[in-house]
Ligand binder design. Structure first.
Ligand SMILES: Cc1cc2nc3c(=O)[nH]c(=O)nc-3n(C[C@H](O)[C@H](O)[C@H](O)COP(=O)(O)OP(=O)(O)OC[C@H]3O[C@@H](n4cnc5c(N)ncnc54)[C@H](O)[C@@H]3O)c2cc1C
Length: 411
């Protein structure tokens, strides 16, 4: 494509804004179309309003954090890695800091600083931003993208079109999955969009009794038959119909597809730092100190209070039984429960609460070296609309920045 092309970008989110900034810097006339009344609505809520904009790690670690199609992102990440992204924002006047797990945030802890920075650059580079403007379809002639159709059938002519319309989670932010329709109209196939980085639902109704209870330093194992699908340490919490929290969100990315086919068995080790016999010795000590107490009153030192009635119920031990009457076999059952609180995972939460969409435009139909469609020339796909997704930690925004940079670079 020659210089000074007119480029239409669909979506003023992370990927669309970054693309518009970088392409306009190269001298292209860029028109950015956003259906909301402002830019970056989803970006605003990222990282609980603090925007975990990238992960301060090398390319290999980044690729390991990508769950779907990491190899597709090879050129994108080697072309513009997290150090480049940090450099971009810092040079643009947004000081950054790196926190636990290499998560990068603006020093101000305000996602609005990231949005304001991009908006300022858009204005400096004379990008025309069309707010409150919903793109209805693509204009394609003879397998070449040549513009867009807006509301009311208004046609906008362009030399190239970039689809940066995001996935379909948190639809109230504007990401409602329109890009999948545009891609299909252009002859692309779509890998079924599914919610990911999301809570998991369980068969056991007892979770409701523990709703809101947060567990730190536990180990979550999820298995299909004897095969371990997920086994990590961290923090999680119980919800009204299942489990959530950082450990569970990451688990959802790893086991979500399996859950489409069948339920999965999960176990929570509540005391991962204690070997089984050490835990047994600890319980024996507690029991020896209060032999006349009732079973239901002895677990306070070991378990959070809202979990005790559930544990007592699952143990099958009479809650009123005196400690000195508890048998070794009963104590073993208690140890088993603490080392492996059992749950049956039935599915995931909805698109309304998921952090990202797994699935999207089939990456086999996109040139990984340019982000251009292999079916329609002059048509590009960047960001979450593609069938790529990563775990939490700033990796998903890095996908948006890197794919945007690659597309802008290849114009
Ligand atoms: C609650 C939450 C927290 C998150 N926190 C983090 C985090 O801290 N770190 C991280 O790396 N990732 C995080 N993510 C994920 C991250 O926000 C996304 O992966 C990223 O925003 C994707 O960027 P995008 O530009 O591809 O899409 P989006 O940011 O979704 O932008 C798409 C834009 O396109 C517009 N659009 C859609 N259709 C049309 C149309 N037909 N016409 C015009 N405009 C249209 C939408 O209105 C939207 O503004 C979080 C997500 C959520 C929901």
């Amino acid at each position: 494509m020659c210089r000074m092309s007119r480029i239409a970008v669909i979506g003023g989110g992370a990927a669309g804004m970054m693309f518009a900034v970088l392409a306009s810097e190269k001298g292209h006339q860029v028109d950015l179309f956003e259906k909301n009344e402002k830019l970056g609505k989803k970006l605003f809520i990222t990282g609980k309003g603090r925007c975990n904009l990238t992960n301060n790690c090398d390319e290999q670690e980044f690729l390991q954090a990508v769950v779907s199609n990491p190899r597709f992102l090879y050129s994108a990440i080697y072309g513009w890695n997290s150090a480049d992204v940090m450099d971009f924002f810092e040079k643009a006047g947004v000081p950054l800091k790196t926190e636990r797990g290499n998560r990068v945030f603006p020093c101000s802890d305000h996602s609005s600083d990231i949005i304001r920075c991009l908006e300022k650059k858009l204005a400096e580079n004379h990008v025309t931003v069309h707010l409150n403007t919903e793109v209805r379809s693509l204009l394609i002639r003879e397998e070449k993208a040549c513009g867009l159709v807006l509301e009311g059938g208004v046609v906008f002519q362009a030399d190239a079109v970039v689809v940066a319309s995001g996935g379909k989670t948190y639809p109230q932010t504007g990401s409602s999955g329109d890009g999948y329709r545009f891609a299909e109209e252009a002859g692309h196939t779509i890998k079924d969009p599914e919610p990911s980085l999301v809570s998991l639902t369980t068969e056991e109704a007892c979770v409701k009794e523990m709703q809101g209870l947060s567990l730190k330093n536990v180990r979550l194992t999820i298995e299909r038959g004897r095969k371990k699908l997920y086994d990590e340490f961290g923090e999680m919490l119980f919800t009204h119909n299942g489990i959530s929290g950082p450990l569970v969100l990451t688990a959802s990315a790893r086991v979500g597809r399996e859950l489409k086919k069948e339920k999965l068995a999960a176990r929570i080790d509540l005391k991962p730092a204690l070997e089984r016999d050490k835990l047994d010795a600890r319980i024996l000590r507690d029991f020896a100190e209060a032999p006349n107490r009732q079973f239901r009153n002895i677990l306070g030192g070991l378990l959070p209070s809202s979990m005790i009635p559930v544990m007592v119920g699952l143990s099958g031990i009479d809650p009123n039984k005196r400690i000195h009457d508890i048998t070794k076999e009963e104590r073993n059952r208690l140890v088993d429960l603490i080392k492996g609180f059992p749950l049956t995972i039935t599915g995931t939460g909805s698109f309304h609460e998921a952090i990202i969409t797994r699935g999207g435009v089939n990456v086999k139909e996109i040139d990984p070296g340019t982000m251009e469609s292999r079916k329609v020339s002059g048509l590009y796909f960047i960001g979450e609309v593609l069938d790529v997704d990563a775990v939490t930690g700033g990796f998903n925004l890095q996908i948006a920045w890197s794919t945007a940079h690659l597309a802008a670079d290849s114009l």
